[in-house]
Ligand binder design. Structure first.
Ligand code: MLT
Ligand code: ZN
Length: 443
C-alpha cells in the first residue's frame, strides 16, 4: 500500500517448529521483540517491524504433511502458499474453504493468524469453523500441540481459537489442520448490474431464498470501483458494455448437478429482471470468462494501488446501512478524493476506500475519526477481515468494550509476559502498560 515501511536488521527463516521454538526461547530470554511474517500481504501493517524487531519469516516451512481423502482434512505447515494448497486439493477433488485475491503470495499461517475471510466465507464460514487444529509456538518457546483432526472435541477450553485472528501477538502458528470441502462439478458465475443500492440488497435476499444451498459467493462493487479496474488492469473488458451502471454484483453458485443448478439460477435471474431489480447481466459461458469476471472484483485493490494513495477501511455493518456511509463520506470529501466501495455484501463486509493522489493529513482528518464513530454507532466492526495490525491498535475501543480489551490484555500478559510478540499491534500500548506489561524497548 506504500503506507508502512518496515525497519529491521535481521530476518530469520526457520525450517522447523523446533527452530521457531529455539528462536523464541532465545529472544524471550533477552527481551528481543519479534514480528512473525507470512506472505506479507496484509493491509493493516500487522507484519511490519516497527523499530528493529527480528522478523521471523515462516515461508520456508511449506510442506503438506497429510491429506485424508475421505474426511477432506488437510494438515500442513504454516508457510504453505494458499494457491499451492488450492492446486494440491484440486488434484484430490477438494477445495480450500477460503479464497482471496492475495492467494498467489499469502500463506495459510498468515490466513489463520489474521482470520482471513475472502470471497467464499458466505458459503464455508470463517476459519474459526474450518480450522480443526493448530500447532503454535508460544513466546517462551513452548510448543502447543493442538493439531487435532477431529470435527468434535469438547475437552476443556478450545485454545486454538485464541490464535485464530490474534495476528501473531499470542504465539506463532507453525502447523494447521483444516477441513476442506469437496470440489463440486457445477460452478456458475453471473455478473449483474443494478441501478441502486436498495436493489443490490433485495437481490441478496432473493439469492439466499431462491438459490439456497448452491449460493457460494455474493460480491459487489460500485461504479467508481468498476471504472478504476477497467482503467488500470490490463486485458479486462466490461462484461456489460452497452451502458454504465451504478452497481455491479457477482453471484456464484456451486453445486453437484449442472442441470438443476442452471435451472435454479435462470429462474432466479428471470424473476430479478422482471421485477426490475436487475438492469443487465451475463452468465459466464466458460471457465475463462468466469476468471475474467473474478479478475474484475479481485483487481480492485490492485487498481487502487496504481491510482495513487488509498485510505482503506474494512467494515462490518448492517447491509441496509452500508452504503449510507459511502454517500456521507462522498459528501464530506467533495471532489478532493474518489470514494470507492466494494466488498463481500453477502457477509455484510464493506471495503470503503478513499483514493487520493498522495497521503494528506487534511484529507485524513475528514475521514477519521468520523468513519470509526459512524461504524461504532451502528455496533459495526472496524475490522471485518483485515485485522487490527498497526493501523487500528489504538482504535479497538470503537468495536470492543473497555472490559473486553482488558481481558485481551490479561491473556496477552499470560502468554507473552515480556511482550516480545508482534509489539505495537492489535492492542493499544496504553492498555498493555496498565496491565503491568511494557512494550519492549525499541533498542
Ligand atoms: C478484497 O476483498 O479485495 C480484499 O479484502 C482486499 C481489499 O479489501 O482491498
Ligand atoms: Zn475482502
Amino acid at each position: 500500500m506504500r503506507k508502512y515501511k518496515g525497519s529491521s536488521k535481521l530476518m530469520l527463516q526457520p525450517r522447523s517448529t523446533q527452530e521457531v521454538s529455539q528462536i523464541l526461547d532465545y529472544c524471550n530470554s533477552r527481551c528481543l521483540a519479534v514480528v512473525p511474517q507470512g506472505g506479507n500481504t496484509g493491509l493493516v501493517g500487522g507484519s511490519i517491524p516497527v523499530h528493529d524487531e527480528v522478523i521471523i519469516n515462516i515461508g520456508s516451512m511449506n510442506n503438506i504433511l497429510s491429506f485424508d481423502k475421505v474426511s477432506g482434512i488437510l494438515v500442513c505447515e504454516a508457510g504453505c502458499i494458499l494457491e499451492n494448497l488450492i492446486s494440491f486439493l484440486d488434484n484430490e477433488g477438494y477445495i480450500m474453504p477460503l479464497d482471496l485475491g492475495a492467494k498467489g503470495s499469502c500463506q495459510i499461517g498468515g490466513n489463520v493468524s489474521t482470520n482471513a475471510g475472502g470471497l467464499r466465507l458466505l458459503r464455508y464460514g470463517s476459519l474459526h469453523g474450518s480450522v480443526l487444529g493448530l500447532e503454535v509456538v508460544l513466546a517462551n518457546g513452548t510448543v502447543l500441540d493442538m493439531l487435532g483432526t477431529l470435527r468434535k472435541d469438547n475437552t476443556g477450553y478450545d485454545l486454538k481459537h485464541l490464535f485464530i485472528g490474534s495476528e501473531g501477538s499470542l504465539g506463532i502458528v507453525t502447523k494447521v489442520s483444516i477441513l476442506t470441502p469437496p470440489k463440486l462439478s457445477s460452478v456458475n458465475l453471473a455478473f449483474l448490474a443494478c441501478e441502486d443500492y436498495l436493489s443490490c440488497q433485495k437481490i441478496l435476499l432473493e439469492a439466499k431464498r431462491k438459490l439456497g444451498e448452491i449460493l457460494s459467493a455474493f460480491e459487489f462493487l460500485d461504479i467508481n470501483a468498476m471504472d478504476l479496474v477497467l482503467k488500470h488492469i490490463d486485458g479486462l473488458r466490461d462484461p456489460l458494455p452497452s451502458s454504465k451502471h451504478n452497481f455491479y454484483v457477482l453471484i456464484e453458485t456451486t453445486g453437484s448437478m449442472e442441470s438443476h443448478d442452471k435451472e435454479k439460477l435462470e429462474a432466479f435471474l428471470v424473476q430479478a429482471i422482471e421485477s426490475e431489480l436487475l438492469t443487465d447481466g451475463v452468465v459466464a459461458q466458460d471457465i475463462n470468462q468466469a476468471s475474467s469476471f473474478w479478475r474484475i472484483r479481485e483487481g480492485v485493490p490492485e487498481a487502487l494501488l496504481k491510482e495513487g494513495a488509498t485510505y482503506k477501511y474494512d467494515l462490518s455493518l448492517p447491509p441496509e446501512k452500508m452504503y449510507d456511509l459511502v454517500e456521507e463520506m462522498r459528501g464530506r470529501l467533495g471532489t478532493t478524493s474518489n470514494v470507492v466501495a466494494y466488498g463481500h455484501l453477502g457477509d455484510g463486509n464493506l471495503h470503503l476506500n478513499i483514493s487520493t493522489q498522495q497521503y494528506d493529513d487534511s484529507i485524513l482528518a475528514k475521514i477519521e475519526p468520523f468513519v470509526y464513530e459512524w461504524t461504532s454507532k451502528q455496533r459495526g466492526s472496524i475490522s471485518a477481515e483485515h485485522g487490527i495490525g498497526l493501523m487500528k491498535a489504538s482504535k479497538i475501543h470503537y468495536s470492543k468494550s473497555a472490559e473486553t480489551v482488558q481481558v485481551m490484555a490479561a491473556i496477552k500478559k499470560v502468554l507473552d509476559p515480556n511482550g516480545i510478540l508482534n509489539p505495537y499491534k492489535v492492542l493499544p500500548t496504553s492498555v498493555l502498560s496498565q496491565s503491568g506489561r511494557h512494550q519492549p524497548n525499541k533498542d
